[in-house]
Design a protein around this ligand. Structure first.
Ligand code: TRP
Ligand code: ZN
Length: 458
């Protein structure tokens, strides 16, 4: 038995004598995490460790029944905290097995537990809900979230679709591990992140159990489902690869590049970060884009060869190494686009230097006036400046600091930030440290300038 220490006595007494002081130490978790473009994305006061998503979807009615358990650690003592969640009827919500009261306002779900949460303590939130999901419309008018298709749903969330189908701390800074149990009509396939543990049928329904054991940002979750032809196999390294193709509309022929891209990028950047890989080719052309959902990217259309390489590259840059702020998305898209160029260079096609110059000399001027690290608004996240000028910045850097330092930089950037979050300032600092060069004028021109910078060496 512990002997009460001398100091414990006055603390206990003051708590008894002065309850208002104790109450004043409780805080209300903030409704955002300071994202410049999406101020309500994520919430303050806690850190999620693990999500268990149990989803039951009926494509015939479009009804999604969800039962989500979130294990988190309080980082402040909390009287109340928020989750991000849109739509649905919430049938039950408990914190540490006690029913909790809640209020809703847009994407904010405000939860008041019966007992306050103690800073440093673990707690569990359990939410049961049901309804027809609403797709989320982005500032650039693209759609995301749980998107119904003719045979299931296409599920993608960059940057803010996740709260359209599960309650989350929806900010790229709060990575967590995930378990998925997705139930669909027997005969259909449900694909989520990580490794397939098993699938089991009961009556007319089949449940697919997937597990993502490495940290994942909430926007990278998926639960795409429908009629798919599957090809699940392992690489020589033992890495499981999950391919799913919506036939006959899609062939998935370019998924043959996945092993090649994993090999090249593992050798160039460092070991593949996750315990699974793959791709999902759906028939959802109206969505119009692909997304690097962790371990197995989603493609709304027939995957193009370069797009497959692009999405595989995101496993390193985007998924393992993730920006703090959406504003810094060039750290994802510039790296993935440059990786396409480099893959072409290394497989007998044009060198990245040639592709860089073709882009540099293009008559398109939008990406010279809109700098990659200062896009000017969330509607430009997926436009040319982050992708093309971002990739040009990397190739210009390669030609400025030289091959050895450039590739050492990419390896260092990955090794130091794997499973974490990054900023543009951090990249500039790392580039200067690894190369031993002062690069502020270079980065000022390529990442922040509003006119076309000179070519390296010019
Ligand atoms: N990040 C995706 C990629 O580059 C593209 C993407 C995500 C996108 N959401 C989007 C493109 C919305 C246009 C609109 O692979
Ligand atoms: Zn991309």
């Amino acid at each position: 038995m512990l002997r009460p220490s001398l100091i414990a006595v006055p603390l206990v007494l003051s708590a008894l004598v002065l309850p208002p002081t104790a109450a004043a130490q409780l805080s209300v978790g903030s409704d955002g995490l300071g994202d410049e473009y999406f101020p309500l994305a994520g919430n303050g006061g806690y850190d999620v460790g693990h999500y268990t998503l149990r989803l039951d979807y009926e494509p015939a009615t479009d009804v999604l029944d969800g039962h989500v358990t979130i294990r988190a650690t309080a980082t402040e003592s909390l009287s109340r905290f928020n989750l991000d969640f849109r739509g649905f009827d919430i049938q039950a919500l408990s914190v540490d097995d006690l029913p909790a009261s809640f209020l809703r306002d847009g994407q904010e779900l405000m939860v008041t537990p019966q007992e306050p949460l103690t800073a440093g303590g673990e707690f569990t939130v359990d939410v049961r809900y049901s309804g027809v999901p609403d797709v989320v419309v982005d500032p650039d008018d693209s759609i995301e979230g749980w998107i119904p298709t003719d045979d299931g749903a296409f599920v993608v969330n960059e940057p803010q679709g996740s709260p359209g189908w599960y309650p989350a701390n929806d900010n790229p800074r709060d990575k967590a591990t995930f378990d998925f149990r997705v139930t669909v009509p027997r005969g259909k396939v449900a694909l989520a992140n990580g490794v397939l543990r098993r699938s089991a049928s009961v009556g007319t329904r089949t449940t697919w159990y997937w597990r993502q054991d490495e940290p994942m940002a909430t926007y990278l979750a998926t639960a795409t489902n429908g009629d798919f032809e599957t090809n699940f196999f392992a690489l020589d390294s033992g890495l499981p690869v999950y391919i799913a193709v919506d036939r006959p509309e899609r062939t998935g022929a370019n998924f043959s590049r996945i092993p090649q891209a994993i090999a090249l990028f593992s050798e160039t950047y460092g070991p593949y970060p996750f315990s699974a890989a793959g791709g999902i080719a759906d028939n959802a052309g109206f969505v119009g884009y692909a997304l690097e959902t962790q371990t197995k990217a989603n493609y709304a259309n027939e995957p193009g060869a370069s797009t497959v390489v692009h999405e595989v590259a995101h496993e390193w840059f985007g998924n393992a190494v993730t920006p703090v702020q959406w504003r810094d998305i060039w750290l994802n898209e510039g790296f993935a686009r440059w990786s396409e160029w480099y893959f072409t260079e290394r497989t007998g096609g044009a060198t990245a230097a040639v592709t860089f110059r073709a882009n540099y000399n293009s008559r398109t001027t939008a990406y010279w006036t809109r700098p990659p690290a200062d896009l000017g608004g969330a509607e430009f996240l997926f436009a040319d400046p982050a992708y093309r000028r971002g990739a040009m910045t990397l190739q210009a850097l390669r030609e400025t600091i030289g091959e050895a330092d450039f590739f050492a930089l990419l390896r260092t950037w990955y090794a130091e930030n794997k499973y974490g979050n990054v900023t543009t300032a951090g990249f500039i600092e790392t580039a200067e440290r690894v190369s031993g060069e002062e690069l502020s004028a270079f980065f000022q021109a390529w990442l922040y300038g509003t006119t076309r910078p000179p070519l390296p060496g010019a």
